[in-house]
Design a protein around this ligand. Structure first.
Ligand SMILES: [Cu+2]
Length: 125
């Protein structure tokens, strides 16, 4: 191989690595809730065809304040459900709805829209 071929090969490998990372790991990147004080953590979630961020990491025994901003009118996202915490709440369009949860046990807890089509999860550590 001459130097041009080597460079092209390296660029190709770089692109493949980027694509693999983007598709397989991007969505798994957890957002850690921000500590307001030593008892409360907070996170902003945008609701638009899904939840952004969709994976939220928080701490056991702290009050987690989720601030859902629903940036659409699509009926799919009009409710959010935290089955493990017996929470089902309406999210009015273009408003912020606050949901407070205090996880007492470590684990992964899923949340979904009212129909179970959109998914997110709380990772409690
Ligand atoms: Cu839905």
């Amino acid at each position: 191989m001459d130097s041009t071929q080597i460079i092209i090969t390296l660029i190709g490998i770089g692109l493949i690595a980027f694509i693999v990372k983007y598709f397989f790991f991007w969505k798994e990147a957890a957002t850690t809730a921000t500590s307001v004080n030593d008892k409360i953590q907070e996170v902003d979630v945008t609701v638009k065809g899904g939840y952004t961020p969709s994976t939220i990491q928080t701490s056991v025994g702290k009050l987690l304040r989720l601030r859902f901003y629903r940036d659409e009118t699509a009926s799919c996202s009009e409710e959010v459900v935290f089955g493990d915490f017996s929470i089902r709440k309406e999210l009015p369009a273009f408003q912020t709805t606050v949901i407070e949860i205090k996880p007492e046990k470590a684990g992964t807890y899923e949340f979904t829209c009212g129909m179970g089509m959109m998914h997110g999860k709380l990772v409690v550590v």
